[in-house]
Design a protein around this ligand. Structure first.
Ligand SMILES: N[C@@H](CCC(=O)N[C@@H](CS)C(=O)NCC(=O)O)C(=O)O
Length: 249
């Protein structure tokens, strides 16, 4: 009986040992496999000077551009095979940017920027409430206003179909945004404080965009915004990102 107990106890110990080793081996194999997959480059779909520049600029600021494959998609040519395949496999609206990993596709420039800052643990301000507010304000409110004006100035005015009421309404809204941003920048170098952050890559794009529309008519009367834009433009990562830009359409 004593012998049997000893045998069972030894067997139990052996089972535990081998079980433990097998589990550890399986865990290590799985971890290595996962490690290899996560080393696979993500794909950033972009088109020169568009909102994808927010993400490319940020990747440069994070020193992480090499971790991504940059794929230029001419989203304006909706009839090309490249464009059709992009709509089917990446972005249902055929717009840029999009960031694609094997198991995840991000479609919004603001979300991509937040994801990258979080992934590289950098350029995130300490006051997250302030960061979220600015990110959503720019991507939801300001983008919408600038998009409307962009369509009027760059497309409709050229073919004589501009809507003067729409231009006036959107300009008023832009002015309200600009005044709000001036108050938010007061006493600060950057939009979320004295340190450059992911929020500056997002808002900085809008400031550049406004400066390009109609010789900067919208932003000209806001010296605080112009000097903020100059601060951003002096950054090497900004300059490299805009270096290869084609003219705005
Ligand atoms: N809310 C989206 C907007 C994306 C967007 O509309 N991108 C523009 C370029 S800035 C585009 O691809 N336009 C092509 C089109 O509308 O056909 C984001 O921030 O990522």
């Amino acid at each position: 009986m004593e012998q049997l107990q000893k045998f069972v106890s030894n067997k139990f110990t052996l089972t535990l040992c081998f079980g433990g080793i097998s589990a550890l081996t399986a865990f290590t194999i799985l971890r290595n496999k996962k490690g290899k997959n996560s080393q696979k480059k993500g794909k950033l779909y972009f088109h020169s000077v568009f909102r994808s520049n927010r993400c490319i600029w940020l990747l440069r600021e994070l020193n992480a551009l090499e971790d991504y494959e940059l794929i230029d998609v001419d989203v304006w040519d909706k009839t090309s095979n490249e464009s059709k395949s992009y709509t089917e496999t990446v972005h249902p609206h055929t717009t840029v940017p999009a960031l694609q990993y094997e198991d995840l596709t991000l479609l919004e420039s603001g979300a991509i920027c937040m994801h990258l800052a979080e992934k590289y643990h950098s350029l995130i301000p300490t006051d997250l409430g302030d960061l979220y507010n600015i990110m959503f304000y720019v991507c939801a409110t300001l983008d919408e206003v600038q998009e409307k004006l962009f369509v009027q100035f760059f497309f409709n005015e050229k073919n004589g179909t501009e809507d003067k009421n729409e231009i006036e309404h959107a300009t008023q809204k832009f002015n309200a945004c600009a005044k709000y941003l001036v108050t938010r920048l007061r006493g600060k170098e950057y939009i979320c404080g004295d340190k450059f952050s992911v929020a500056d890559c997002v808002l900085g794009y809008n400031m550049w965009w406004a400066s390009e529309m109609k010789e900067g008519i919208l932003i000209q009367k806001y010296p605080e915004l112009l000097s903020y834009l100059e601060r951003l433009k002096s950054r090497p990562a900004f300059q490299q990102t805009w270096k290869s830009s084609k003219p705005v359409m």
